[in-house]
Design a binder for this molecule. Sequence first.
Ligand SMILES: [Zn+2]
Ligand SMILES: [Zn+2]
Length: 330
Amino acid sequence: MMIFMLAMTMPGSQASDLPLSKYCLIPVPEKTIDFKPPCKTAILSALGPTDQLLPDLAKAFELSDDFPRLTRPQPGDWLAVHHEEGQPVAEFVNCDWNRPDATRHKIYLQPLGEFVRGHGPPLERLRELASAYFTLEVELLPVLEINGPTLTTRINRLTGNRQLLVDDLLARLQKRLPADAFCLLGITDQDLYPEPEWNFVFGIATLRQRVGVISWARYDPALYGEPRGRDFRKLLLKRTAKVMIHEIGHMYGLLHCIYGKCIMNGSNHLPEGDQRPPHLCPVCLRKLHQAVGFDITSRYRQLLQVYQKCGFEAEAQWIKRRLRNLQADN
Ligand SMILES: [Zn+2]
Ligand SMILES: [Zn+2]
């Protein structure tokens, strides 16, 4: 099973010098990858020719100033510890990834266990956001309790908290995949781990089996013994929304992005995830557009409404600017 993960840290190594260690517990990697962000020519090559497209569409995929370029990774960042090839649009198109169709046309969100009242991200907002982002109907399922003897758990030695093994959750979700589901994403407040030597994972999605699971445990300052700030719920919503989009993106066959700052960038620790924008870079936007076929500006307008409802001011401003730029005369 091919699985893509959002975050990892390995316990058992030397304590990290990184200022991030409090949040990510990342050891200093023994071998850092010398990743150099691709040049404009390489990004354009990954994007593919746009001269046959309608002008509005070609403009939507331009490498404009709306899309910040990647910078070289810092020690401990995803691209410093994971080798990523990148996935050009042509490669994506030529691979038979899952697509919504007449039979499988709904995204399902599955809360796993009841969240402590008032502390979880507002699920209805996540539902609206996923629907606007992927231009698909999204249904929120009733809570599914996830205790039981078939679940593998452990106590994380660095936090002292219980963690759930991801595979067991994915197996449960797989059995419950509705007939009309394009994909099913579980959401839990329990900390997750993907295999014994890993410290934790924020989220995980299968590329083919159409199930995934995300956890907001690591987005809660309480996990680190810190107080929840005044904007805690908004921050929690934003972080959970971003991991949700990233993992659903994987279920469309979008691999990790190396072409610009993009929601499909890998993220190895919390600050790196926080710096990642919620939007798709032109290469990934073109892939999702190819898979789904939405109207670019209508989708941005829908997203703008949801961002405003969520109180995501900077993200709403980005979309407003983007819409202005797309509508400006060439
Ligand atoms: Zn990922
Ligand atoms: Zn991208």
